[in-house]
Design a protein around this ligand. Structure first.
Ligand code: ZN
Length: 382
């Protein structure tokens, strides 16, 4: 059973409400004629918010029950574990009260705000709902989709004097591996008809320092008019040699902490301005899910989750973008895999499949094709 019903039924489904009070109160008309309270995503797209929100500790939240009703999903609440499940024929979402971690179709996903149990109802932040969960569950509700991607920019992490992570024992450098995977992926995508641009096609740094290097990569991407961007990396946690697995990152939405900033001792890194890439948050989420799914399924790596970060390489991009931390060079077993061309080929194939899945989803979301042009008018000359 789910906690007691939330008394929001009286609200019109499309009338968003942003309240200062902790508990839902009746809808108040906008104070200014024509003013419509909107959510972050809705504001960016000129739409109204999909669900009414209440403010809890300065963050706008929507009720899971409302989410379930909107999406037509069945809700199950288990009081003993404070765990809620939403399910329908095609998807299953599992979450826990007070936690940021969600299992979406079995894949781990970290929210930007913990869920909140209040007044017998469970809430998710509006930003998480609109920029992270809705895209992964019902991209058709997001509004006009980007065109099916044609131009893909691949970004082999590091290069030149920046070696990235290393496994000295096995003689592995991240910058060499990322370039190799990117070049393999380029071939696969080109064979499928994509125009593919690499931010670097040899062992070089793109700027005199890291910051300039990142900006240069973003600039190359924007100049190429990329439809999507994938940055490829290998992970490391020395002296920890046990940790293994795959993480997929998108840029952190405005007004949220990055995933890392939730760790003990880390500073709050909330940004209050929208970065250029934030305009594509929902589509980056959809892309992240597709990439993460394919890598986890293909390489059978441990699922370390879909996360967000304030990556300087992603910040200025004019397209949906993800950064994949494929496997750990500090983990002996994963490093030995990464050292083999066959494994890197498999990785490239998984990334290509992820891009393919994303493109296919966008293809299905495109508006119906226009009618074929009318027959040409009869020629005026005989
Ligand atoms: Zn890296």
């Amino acid at each position: 059973m789910f906690p007691a019903a939330l008394r929001l039924a009286a609200f019109a489904a499309w009338a968003p409400v942003v309240l200062a009070a902790a508990e839902p109160v009746p809808h108040v008309a906008p104070s200014r004629p024509g003013a419509v309270p909107t959510s972050p995503v809705a504001a960016a797209s000129g739409r109204r918010a999909l669900l009414p929100a209440i403010r809890i500790a300065g963050v706008d939240y929507v009720a899971w029950r409302e989410v379930a009703a909107l999406l037509g999903m069945k809700v199950t609440w288990v009081e003993s574990t404070r765990r809620l499940t939403l399910a329908d024929a095609s998807a299953k979402v599992e979450l826990t009260a007070g936690s940021r971690e969600v299992a979406l179709n079995g894949l781990r996903l970290f929210l930007g705000n913990p869920t909140v149990l209040r007044g017998g109802a469970l809430y998710v932040s509006q930003t998480d709902f609109e920029r992270s969960l809705l895209p992964r569950l019902r991209p058709a509700l997001l509004g006009a989709p980007p065109a099916r991607p044609r131009i893909v920019v691949l970004d082999p992490g590091h290069g030149g004097i920046d070696h990235g992570m290393e496994n000295k024992q096995l003689g592995l450098q991240e910058k060499i591996l990322t370039l190799d995977v990117a070049q393999r992926l380029k071939k696969l995508l080109a064979a499928r008809g994509y125009t593919v641009v690499l931010t670097r096609d040899d062992d070089r740094q793109l700027g005199p320092d890291k910051q300039t290097d990142f900006l240069k990569r973003a600039d190359i991407t924007n100049r190429a008019k990329a439809d999507l961007f994938v940055s490829i990396h290998f992970n490391s946690l020395y002296p920890d040699t046990k940790t293994s697995g795959t993480e997929t990152y998108a840029f952190t939405p405005p007004f949220q902490r990055s995933t890392r900033a939730w760790s003990p001792g880390e500073a709050d890194d909330v940004e209050h301005d929208q970065a250029p890439v934030n305009r594509f948050d929902p589509w980056s989420a959809l892309l992240a899910q597709a990439m993460h799914r394919e890598v986890i399924d293909t390489l059978k790596t441990f699922d370390r989750g879909q996360k967000t970060m304030h990556s300087a390489v992603l910040r200025g991009l004019n397209c949906p973008a993800v950064l994949v931390e494929s496997v750990f060079l500090s983990n002996d077993a994963e490093a030995r895999h990464a050292a083999t061309p066959a494994y890197r080929q498999q990785m490239a194939e998984a990334l290509a499949a992820g891009i393919g899945d994303y493109a296919e989803t966008l293809g299905k979301l495109q508006p119906k094709a226009a009618l074929p042009p009318a027959a040409p008018a009869p020629s005026s000359s005989p």
